[in-house]
Design a protein around this ligand. Structure first.
Ligand code: ASP
Length: 406
């Protein structure tokens, strides 16, 4: 066990990926039994998705100070970026149709053929009672309650309940840390799930589906790169920071994001890059990186939308235009509720799948690719945080340019 702890998770996942092939070949059709392993991990992820989204949204709204015109501008920059990211993801997925190249092995549960009804399906999610969504693990209902509660408590700040609110913040943070700790236990099982998924796919259907998943990887990377182009254009139009200054000054943060697959762990480096290398104003750096970094996960949003479309194409349960719009909406919410830790996007993806009746049994099939795609989308998350911060800083530098350029 101690030995395993010393091996980085990414190495364990790659080992799982490699060993899955001979295991699948050895077991042949019997490898189908390994579905139990990925089902178990999915069940655990499902269990933790609701508290994670509730607590991280509740905590973020309660503890961040979003006030004034600068905050309004920031919200606009962040929200518009997230929506553009998802639309790019959906556009690329519709154009390249990566799912059509893959024929996925059947899930235990038959695809939900119930016709989609945006009014009933979405309005019906507004909770009718306070505790119901928690007991039924209804993520949208839980989000509604969490946001409403946090906003109401926030409005009471600065009055006679300040002491209670302070202690509540500590308790919520405590709850969040407990959830994250448990989530890390589940993540420790991910290499095993990867081994099981690869062995099952190789054993029951051969190599083809795995190789064809390459289309999905290429599509996601293309979409992430397009999003990077959008950041560059917005930076050029809305900030005094030049493109060269941006990529040179923020390189440490991008490298850290790619190597840790965690935008939260990268946050101190992101802040240092904004303040010390890019020489952005204190208020822009704090608001853009600290608040933006908490809420903003454009790469995650883009990925969740693409994953939903990919699976829907692969199982022939194509999503209509209105369903794809629901995917946009849910991917915004799910990405805001995603914690900046490795694989968090996979957890909140459950909400996106549920909203359009896609069977979540297929999510573990993305695991063998996720160790790599997670790094790519985390890097884009951090590029987005810093680009938004530069735009927030405006068109004139705080210090003369000669000093600012490093
Ligand atoms: N790993 C991502 C981050 O830290 C979240 C995710 O998409 O899984 O920002």
């Amino acid at each position: 066990m101690g030995f395993l702890q010393r091996v980085p998770l990414v190495v364990q996942i790659v080992i799982g990926l490699v060993l899955g092939v001979p295991l699948g070949l050895l077991l042949g059709k019997d490898a189908g039994q390994l579905k139990l392993v990925s089902d178990l991990i999915l069940q655990l992820l499902r269990l933790l998705a609701t508290p994670l989204i509730f607590l991280s949204l509740f905590h973020a709204i309660l503890t961040t100070n979003i006030k004034g015109r600068l905050a309004g501008r920031m919200m606009w920059i962040l929200m518009s970026n997230t929506v553009i990211a998802i639309l790019i993801g959906i556009g690329v997925a519709n154009l390249l149709m990566p799912g059509q190249h893959v024929k996925l092995p059947a899930a235990a549960a038959a695809p939900d053929k119930k016709p989609f009804d945006p009014v009933n399906d979405l309005l019906g999610k507004i909770p009718k009672d306070f505790l119901g969504p928690f007991s039924t693990n209804d993520i949208i209902g839980v989000i509604c309650i969490g946001v409403g509660l946090a906003l109401a408590i926030k409005m009471l700040k600065g009055g006679k309940f300040d002491a209670q609110i302070k202690s509540l913040e500590t308790w919520v943070d405590f709850g969040l840390q407990i959830t994250l700790k448990m989530l890390h236990w589940v993540f420790a099982l991910v290499p095993l799930a990867v081994l099981a998924v690869v062995a099952r796919v190789v054993g029951t259907t051969g190599f083809e589906p795995l190789i064809k998943m390459g289309w999905f990887v290429v599509s996601v990377i293309l979409a992430l790169l397009l999003m990077c182009v959008v950041y560059v254009i917005r930076l050029r139009l809305g900030s005094w920071v030049s493109i060269k200054q941006f990529f040179v000054g923020a390189a440490d943060a991008f490298a850290m994001a790619f190597s840790t697959a965690s935008s939260a762990a990268t946050l101190p480096v992101t802040y240092a890059c904004a303040k010390e290398k890019l020489k952005l104003r204190e208020e822009s750096a704090s608001l853009g990186v600290m608040v933006g970094g908490t809420f903003n996960h454009d790469g995650t949003a883009l990925y969740e939308a693409m994953a939903a479309l990919f699976i829907s194409q692969a199982i022939g349960q194509h999503l209509s235009f209105s369903q794809q719009m629901v995917v946009v909406l849910m991917a915004v919410i799910a990405s805001v509720g995603a914690a900046g830790i490795p694989e968090a996007g996979l957890v909140t993806m459950i909400a996106v799948f549920n909203a359009v009746h896609l069977p979540i049994e297929y999510i573990p099939l993305l695991l063998p690719l996720d160790w790599f795609l997670d790094r790519c989308r985390t890097t884009i998350n951090v590029v987005g945080d810093l680009a938004s911060t530069c735009i927030l800083d405006g068109k004139t530098p705080a210090e003369p340019l000669a000093e600012a350029a490093t």
